[in-house]
Design a protein around this ligand. Sequence first.
Ligand code: SF4
Length: 336
Amino acid sequence: MENENRKVLLTIRDLKQYFPVKKTKLREAQRYVRANDGISLDIYAGETLGLVGESGCGKSTFGRTLLQLYPQTEGQVIYHKDGKDIDLKSLSKEKMRVLRKDLQLIFQDPYSSLNPRMTVGQIIGEGLVSHGIFKRGDPAMKDYIFKVMENCGLDTYMFGRYPHQFSGGQRQRIGIARSLALNPAFVVCDEAVSALDVSIQSQILNLLSDLKEQQNLTYLFITHDLSVVKYISDRIGVMYLGNMVELAPTEELFANTLHPYTEALLSAIPVVDENDKRERILLEGDIPSPVNPPSGCKFHTRCRYCQQKCKEEVPQWTNVGNDHYVACHFPLAHKE
Ligand code: SF4
């Protein structure tokens, strides 16, 4: 599937992920947490798509739904592989298990995502055996794991060591090695550097960038840190309360911000230039409940440009040119 010479790897259409609320006395409309509430976009092969938004906006759920760790409530996720369009939700558990090698996740917390009773060699080798890439005990597997460890900046003498013998940055390298050993096509990095010191963060970001080039990977990079996402992403999507509100190539998003929520997020990035007198926009109030979201534009309760129409009509997801999408009745370009 081609679009302007870019190959689409994943097509996502009207993706909804509702989780039931346990209390039963609620009205029908309030019986679900609307973690993802109708998201449509394409993810291109070889790109890093950054995804930002406040905690609880549904970005981690979105990433995990793409991997079918949570099968979606509604909508489609189509994986384009070898000329075939594979609807992930329609796959049997066994077929999905086989395909899972292509679709990997790098976890936020390197401390809890590694089995403390397994050595590094066992952690990386486990997936290789379960996906039939090597047979248990195959001497070639050890050589392959050594190669993966070296690519991820881990010395081979660490092969027999346990996770508690490593620093946070090294543990994250083990997590990356475990995922990338399977030679995936698409990797969701869910807050993959958030738990690390700033100096280690940059090492891991550089490692992820290098591995992406070497293995022709596609990343969905989920983070709440706009500085990180600006550094690593080709395009950035901004999520608010279960919806994508803006999506654009990184430079375009920063140069031509259209959504008031994105404007507020970008204004919070620390600046080093003392001549930069950008106004810091403070968002008032908490993010509303995804069980009972506001009518019309979900952001209207916190938007300083809100008008009556915003309270009544849901803004449509619109391509305004330059590969720039926004969902807002009164995008910022019209205010100048
Ligand atoms: S639709 Fe209205 S309330 Fe929503 S972001 Fe745009 S201006 Fe603000």
